[in-house]
Design a protein around this ligand. Structure first.
Ligand code: EPZ
Length: 416
C-alpha cells in the first residue's frame, strides 16, 4: 500500500486540467454491453475503478483495449455472471444488471457489499426492474435475476438514486414500449450516459430532469463518444486554490454543473470566475464558515462534502455540514481533527470551527473523497502530512500527485 507525503504551506499557482469523469465513464462502459458493434470512448480517466470495470466487461464477454485515455470495446459473446471477487472491489459493478437482463433475460450479479460510507443497498434498482417484468432471488450473496422480454413501465423512484436511474436507462433502452422514470436522478453523469445511449441509437429524452422518457428499440449499435469532464475532480481543485492561498487556472472544468458548490465557495469568500475556456479560482481575503446540506443534484453534491469541510477548517468562524445522502460519510472528521481541526459531530451534522492553522501529521484515508479531503488539508497544513492507504484516492483521481506537483505542491508517493 502506498502513502502520500505532503510538505504543506505552499500556495498552489498555475494551470491544471480536469480528467474525464469516473462516475460517467463507469456506467457508459457498462452500456457498451448493449452495443452490437464496436464502441470508441475518449477522455476515459486512467483509474483503478476503470480497470476493474474493463476486467468485469471481459468476464461478461465484452473485450476491450485501453490506450492513453481511449477505450475500444466490442461484445463477443455475452455471459450473465458478475463474480463476487470483482463486485466486492467496486459497487458500481451492479450497473451490469440492467444490460444483462435487457440482452439475456438473466443475470447473476454478486450483491455489492456496503462500503465505508454506508450500507449502499440496491433495493430501488430491483424494485424498478421488477416493474418491467424482472424477478429476483437473493441467494448466497448473489442477485439472481431473470425475465422474458423487459416491458416498458411507469416507474417512480422513492429516492432519486443515481445508480438506479442508470440501471433503468440501460434496461429500458431495449425494452418493449415506453418507460417513464419519475423522481429520476438529475446528476450530469446520468445525462452523459443517456447521451451516450442516444448516440448508440436509443430514444431517451428528459435526461437531466427528474422525468425521463425512454422509447425501447430493438437493438443498439456502437458509436464514438467523449466522456464528460469530472465535476468532482474539478470541485476538488476549486478548493485546492483557496485552501493554500494560491490561484489556479482550471481547464476542462464543467463549470455549469457546479452551481451549488460555486455558490457556497463564493459565500465563503472564494473568488471564482469563468474566463473563456478556463476557470480562475483564488481566495479573496478572509474565508468565513458556511452552512452546507448535501442533496441530490442540483443541490450540494455529497461527493464534495469532505473537501469543503477541509476548507471550512481553516476559515474564520463556524459552519455546519449536514450529510443527507449517506449515513456514514464523516470518516474524514477524526483524521482532520488529528491535523488540528475543530469539528464536533452530532448525528449527521458536523459543526466546524475554523482554526488559525492546521499542523501536519500522519492520517489515514478511509474512502475516496475522505482521502481527497486529507490531501487538501495536508496541502494547507504547516509541516509534513502523511496520507496512508491512498489506494482509495487512486480509485477516483488520475495522476493526482503529478497534477498538484505541477502547480507547486510538495507531494510525493512512497511505499507505506
Ligand atoms: C453514485 O453512487 C456515485 N457513484 C457516488 O459517488 C455518489 O456519491 C452517489 O451517486 C450520490 O451522488 C457512482 O456514480 C459510481 P445513489 P450510487 O444510488 O449510485 C440510497 C464517489 O465518491 N439507495 O444515488 O450508489 C443509498 O444507500 C461515489 O465517486 C438506496 O437506499 O448513489 C444512498 O444513501 C461515492 N437504495 C443514497 O440512496 C438503492 O437501491 C444515494 O445512492 C439505491 C440507493
Amino acid at each position: 500500500m502506498d502513502k502520500l507525503i505532503i510538505e504543506g504551506g505552499v500556495p498552489l499557482r498555475g494551470r491544471i486540467r480536469v480528467s474525464g469523469s469516473k462516475n460517467a465513464a463507469l456506467p457508459i462502459l457498462m452500456a457498451c454491453l448493449l452495443a452490437e458493434t464496436p464502441v470508441r470512448l475518449a477522455n476515459v480517466p486512467r483509474l483503478r475503478d476503470i480497470r476493474t470495470t474493463l476486467k468485469l466487461l471481459n468476464i461478461l464477454g465484452c473485450e476491450s483495449e485501453f490506450e492513453e485515455n481511449v477505450v475500444r470495446a466490442q461484445v463477443v459473446l455475452l455471459k450473465p455472471e458478475a463474480p463476487y471477487d470483482l463486485v466486492k472491489t467496486m459497487r458500481a459493478s451492479v450497473l451490469c444488471l440492467g444490460p444483462l437482463l435487457a440482452l439475456l433475460g438473466e443475470a447473476r450479479v454478486a450483491l455489492p457489499g456496503g462500503c465505508a460510507i454506508g450500507a449502499r443497498p440496491v433495493d430501488l434498482h430491483l424494485k424498478a426492474l421488477e416493474r418491467m417484468g424482472a424477478a429476483f432471488e437473493l441467494t448466497s450473496g448473489y442477485i439472481l435475476g431473470h425475465c422474458k422480454k423487459l416491458k416498458g413501465a411507469h416507474i417512480t423512484f422513492d429516492f432519486p438514486t443515481v445508480g438506479g436511474t442508470e440501471n433503468l436507462l440501460m434496461a429500458a433502452s431495449l425494452a418493449e414500449g415506453e418507460t417513464v422514470l419519475e423522481n429520476a436522478a438529475r446528476e450530469p453523469e446520468v445525462a452523459d450516459l443517456a447521451n451516450f445511449l442516444n448516440a448508440c441509437g436509443a430514444k431517451i429524452s428528459g435526461q437531466g430532469t427528474s422525468v425521463i422518457h425512454i422509447q425501447g428499440v430493438s437493438s443498439l449499435h456502437g458509436c464514438e463518444y467523449r466522456v464528460m469532464p469530472d465535476r468532482i475532480e474539478a470541485g476538488t481543485f476549486l478548493v485546492a486554490a483557496p485552501i493554500t492561498g494560491g490561484e489556479l487556472e482550471i481547464l476542462d472544468c464543467p463549470f455549469q454543473e457546479l452551481d451549488a458548490l460555486v455558490y457556497k465557495l463564493r459565500e465563503m469568500g472564494v473568488w471564482v470566475q469563468e474566463d473563456g475556456e478556463r476557470v480562475i479560482v483564488r481566495r479573496d481575503g478572509e474565508l468565513t464558515g458556511v452552512d452546507v446540506t448535501t442533496q441530490p443534484h442540483p443541490g450540494f453534491p455529497t461527493d464534495m462534502q469532505a473537501q469543503i469541510m477541509a476548507l471550512m477548517c481553516v476559515a474564520k468562524g463556524a459552519g455546519s455540514i449536514q450529510e443527507k445522502i449517506f449515513e456514514n460519510r464523516f470518516m474524514h472528521v477524526l483524521e482532520l481533527v488529528r491535523l488540528g481541526a475543530n469539528i464536533k459531530l452530532k448525528d449527521r451534522t458536523a459543526v466546524v470551527r475554523g482554526v488559525p492553522k492546521l499542523v501536519g501529521a500522519p492520517v489515514m484515508a478511509s474512502d475516496l473523497r475522505a482521502s481527497a479531503s486529507l490531501v487538501l488539508a495536508g496541502l494547507a497544513a504547516e509541516g509534513t502530512t502523511e496520507v496512508q492507504r491512498i489506494y482509495h484516492l487512486d480509485r477516483g483521481y488520475e495522476n493526482i500527485e503529478a497534477k498538484l506537483s505541477a502547480v507547486g505542491a510538495r507531494i510525493r508517493r512512497a511505499p507505506e
